[in-house]
Design a protein around this ligand. Sequence first.
Ligand SMILES: *Cc1c(COP(=O)(O)O)cnc(C)c1O
Length: 329
Amino acid sequence: MKVPITPLEHLVGLSRPGVDLWVKRDDLTSPLYGGNKVRKLAHLLADAKARGARRLVTLGAVGSHHVLATTVFGKQAGFDVAAVLVPQPRTTHVVDNVRADIAQGLDVRAASAWALVPFLVLFVLKAFARDTLFITVGGSNVEGSLGYVDAARELAAQVRAGEMPEPDVIVVACGSGGTVAGLAAGLALEGMASRILAVSVSTPPRVVSFLTRRLTRKVLRRLGESRHIASALARIEFEHRYLGEGYGYPTLEGAEALALAAANGLKLDPTYTAKTFAAALARVRAYADAGEKRTVLYLNTLSSAPLAPLLTSAPNEGDIPLSVRALFR
Ligand SMILES: *Cc1c(COP(=O)(O)O)cnc(C)c1O
């Protein structure tokens, strides 16, 4: 699985005098299904093959992009794919994602509560079987996070080539933390000065930041680059104020940011990117109000590939198994 270099674009309409807002279009990581999970899967699937696995078992919220991406690319690479799904607030985006999962042949197991997840993963789905590889939530283990070391290296090369100025801050959603961890590690390895504003979209915030920092250390240790740990960690700033009621609950600021982005040609979702983009816009405003000259880069982690081709044989919402529909909260 080869991930194409994703473009950088200057969002002229949302920049301010002296403060430039750019976007790295990781929504375009694949024409089939884009977003940040594709870079992770490039490593996760290669690892699964190397281990001789034939089956992948993972987990996520009912509308999980990670589960859908694992289904699409795992199936394409010849793996059987199964997932345990947990509740999430119902939005049409969430419903369509699980419809696409089912249409792509995912073996779906509904867990009405997080407490049931280990039982379903270990016993029902036999994640301990020799031919089965378990992939953790969000694909955020060390292997998956290496996809964002790649992204940081790619960005560094684009900056060196003069495609954009070196960003002062990169604004990115932080859920299971693999994206931020890989990015922080990669930026440190490249000797970049860019900081990261990690916008929490998941709870509890303290756990999100703890796990993300731990993963950053593990990634650099895996690469034999422990001396870059301090530089990687020092550049991550966690922003917990855009979460609202919690994972998957839309917020007012998010809805406003989503509308502004749409007017500027960028499609966002309520769970991750709307909240993150709201934080990016606030940062741009704050720098402009303070008269500081800055370059802000928003990393767009959401797929912009049309979902329709993945929905051609999908069930209507009413035909989704009842146990799965019960996960829409
Ligand atoms: C999974 C996801 C994220 C969060 O990435 P993590 O590596 O889990 O922190 C952000 N944005 C979108 C659209 C996602 O699907």
